[in-house]
Write a protein that binds this ligand. Structure first.
Ligand code: HSE
Length: 302
């Protein structure tokens, strides 16, 4: 009998402003990856859903690369598989679509191989593949997570997210590659900028934990990446103004962008979403905006 390992992985929003490359939260939007060993000689990959035609269906497919990586880590040859991918997370928009593929591939391979690796091992492998932890960690275990290097690998802390704080994402109709969004960043920063981000990351963590409106309204500022990336996102300043005018706490770039993420209350979430799409429309940019609750479960393998 053919066994299929199916993995559902949530989208993620990385950075949350001042937490560049170290904090991220899972969002309730999903990609699904189903791995079935088959008796033919070559790999079969089928993709459906959002922007499916743009995903590679050969061995360069990222979920397949992650699948192979796990087998190589355990010194075994991967089986020939059929991989069926169902996409709900838009590509290259700053919502962690690559992280879903990495986590999906690693978990699918681990399941088919009889679970030789622990969750901690898989997390280390996922961070290694992605190069930074802020998408893959929440994609794997859900919630809002802070990752810091430690002597033994990575220390991962859960950041409590107060029920009253609602994320609203506005996803525009244009893409921005992470490589491009990273290429505009400086390599050195001043002491003043380091202090600014340290203080704002602390404030953001406490704001998320308590739902304190005053802290949240001040917490979303950043000096490590957003000032440099804003130029790649037309309409950024107008969308940010619209969020605040609609009663949101503020706005950040989701991951490397171009999706923008506002934080607000449940009562104001729909008004904030509308304000974001309207502001972008004045720049001739179509965007889809919606409140998207934090996913607390992470990747699920069945
Ligand atoms: N922390 C990363 C960045 C997330 O902002 O470049 C993108 O994958």
């Amino acid at each position: 009998m053919m066994t299929t390992a199916t993995v559902r992985v949530p989208a993620t929003t990385a950075n949350l402003g001042a937490g560049f490359d170290c904090i991220g939260a899972a969002l309730s939007l999903y990609n699904e990856f189903a791995f079935t060993p088959i008796d033919t000689e070559s790999l079969v990959i089928a993709v459906r859903g959002l922007e499916a035609a743009r995903v590679n269906t050969d061995a360069s497919n990222l979920a397949y690369q992650a699948f192979v990586k796990l087998y190589s880590r355990i010194d075994r040859s991967p089986p020939v598989i059929q991989l069926e991918i169902k996409l709900g997370v838009p590509l290259a928009r700053g919502l962690g679509s690559s992280a879903t593929a990495i986590v999906g591939g690693l978990l699918g391979a681990n399941a088919l191989a009889g679970n030789p690796l622990s969750l901690a091992d898989i997390m280390q492998l996922a961070i290694e593949m992605e190069g930074h932890p802020d998408n893959v960690v929440p994609a794997l275990i859900g919630g809002c997570r802070l990752a810091a290097t430690a002597a033994s690998g990575w220390a991962i802390a859960d950041i409590p997210w107060h029920d009253s704080v609602v994320p609203v994402v506005a996803i525009p109709d244009f893409e921005l590659s992470t490589a491009e969004a990273r290429s505009v960043l400086p390599t050195d920063y001043s002491r003043a900028d380091a202090i600014f981000n340290t203080a704002h990351l602390g404030l953001m963590v406490r704001g998320l934990e308590t739902g304190n409106p005053e802290w949240l309204s001040a917490a979303l500022a950043d000096r490590l990446h957003q000032p440099y990336r804003q130029q790649l996102i037309p309409g950024y300043t107008d969308v940010e103004r619209a969020v605040v005018a609609a009663g949101g706490y503020g706005m950040v770039i989701s991951g490397a962008g171009p999706t923008l993420l506002a934080l607000t209350t449940a009562e104001r979430a729909d008004a904030v979403a509308t304000a974001m799409t309207d502001a972008w429309a004045t720049h001739n940019i179509q965007a889809q905006a919606q409140p998207l609750p934090v996913d607390m479960q992470g990747a699920v393998c069945s």
